[in-house]
Design a binder for this molecule. Structure first.
Ligand code: S3P
Length: 174
């Protein structure tokens, strides 16, 4: 279904469910699933949270862009879950677009994301408290909406429902 080295990048705020939806979508489309954060952790031998705290956000974004560039050079198709900040960086959006890959924004309410952030074991240094996280959520909308596709996640939808919807609308799969 995915041609040659075509990649589908899932973006959206922390806690929206990018990784889980990527897993379902990869199964439906029968292709590999990749996770940019996991790649970075493997390359650097450190959790993303520690890299952010050690390097600072700006230098971390360079590390993230380098990892994205490497991943984009791979000649295999894949569904890729991005970290929530990756698509807010212009050079990352440019690399994805110029190489003809697909980007999908998964949108949900702040409340839904915040609930998942709090429930999750993943350490997220950029989601320290509700107020600053809410601000980040609002700021990022302008970047996320530059993705090629947009899916709104309603509370009654499961991650599988969303993946199925993406497969039907983006890949015309029934
Ligand atoms: C970040 C999101 C995280 C991770 C890092 C920074 C962000 O990934 O990349 O903590 O800036 O939104 P998730 O979106 O998977 O939580």
């Amino acid at each position: 279904m995915l041609k040659d080295s075509q990649k589908v990048f899932l973006t959206g705020f922390m806690g929206v469910g990018k990784s889980t939806i990527a897993r379902h979508l990869a199964k439906i489309l029968k292709c590999p699933r990749l996770d940019l954060d996991a790649r970075i952790e493997k390359q650097h031998g450190q959790p993303v949270s520690e890299l952010i705290l050690g390097l600072g956000v700006d230098r971390y974004r360079d590390v993230e862009s380098d990892a994205l560039a490497l991943l984009l050079d791979e000649p295999t198709p894949a569904i890729v879950a991005l970290g929530g900040g990756a698509f807010t960086i212009e050079r990352n959006r440019k690399m994805i677009k110029e190489k003809g890959h697909t980007s999908v924004w998964l949108e949900s309410t702040f409340e839904h994301c915040w609930m998942n952030i709090q429930r999750s074991k993943k350490v997220r240094p950029l989601a320290k408290d509700r107020e600053t996280t809410r601000q980040l959520f609002d700021e990022r909308m302008a970047s996320y909406c530059l993705a090629e596709w947009h899916f709104l996640i309603k509370p009654e939808y499961s991650s599988y429902d969303i993946a199925k919807q993406i497969s039907e609308e983006v890949f015309c799969l029934e």
